[in-house]
Design a protein. Sequence first.
Length: 305
Amino acid sequence: MHFQRGLIHNIERFSLHDGPGIRTLVITKGCPLRCLWCSSPYTQNPYTELIYIRNKCTGCGRCIEVCPHKAISRGTNSSQVQTDRALCTGCGECVEVCVNQARELSGHQYSPEELFREVEKDASFYRRSGGGVTVGGGEPTMQAEFVGQFLALCRSHFFHTAMETCAFTSWTKLGPLVDVLDLVYIDLKHMDEKTHIEWTGVSNRGILENIRKVARHNQVILRIPVVPGFNDSEENIRRSAQFAGELGNNLIRLELLPYHLYGIHHYDELERECPVASIQPPTEEHMEELRDLARSAGINVEIGG
């Protein structure tokens, strides 16, 4: 077997919201969607990227001196710097010389065995809590062969496995992953195709069909990121709940995840503008109304994960 190498944004330990028990969350890089409300822009691009933490920068200029591609220069504020993202290759030279830790890299390569050795460090927590490993992103199916090899290693050591996916992929990629998963989280963003395209950049047709296919084979938790002005109408929630109710006994529950503002600063760290910075989170009362509406379809519905 030819073993792939995967690009990982981060490994988060002791996660409590990405499956049963205490889990290790592996966050992959690369996503085929461009959701306007995305709180994790680090994970969108399938290559190594520079993260610039502006409030840690003292403008010492060491990064400017060592950059081999001349991608870094003085900003309008001379005490800080700016990066030409078209020139930056993510080589990490500037990270190495930054004494203030104002520069980091998002995207590190692992082999399936190297990644397994990292998550295996938490095996005692899995056994005590009934936890395991969850692969999220970004979109894991963009690295389907690598993720499949990694998950197979986890299963061979009896770790509970889960994956978080947008399901915008071919069944030839998603299907084999289902065979090495105990649980699949899938985002259900909107039932209307036109609106789905406007806010995410892609159609929902293949996504809905993949959700149906996964639910025939495996346990599924559907997640709706509730974004005001996008998918929080009564009509959309009613249609979403009806769709969820048609998935059968493998549907564990529908989760309504309220939009939050936690990810806005990530755009600044990538020196990008957040496209929907003006959107405010839904109120608790509105979330409860949507939960009750969804429950009328006869399914288990929770607010949050």
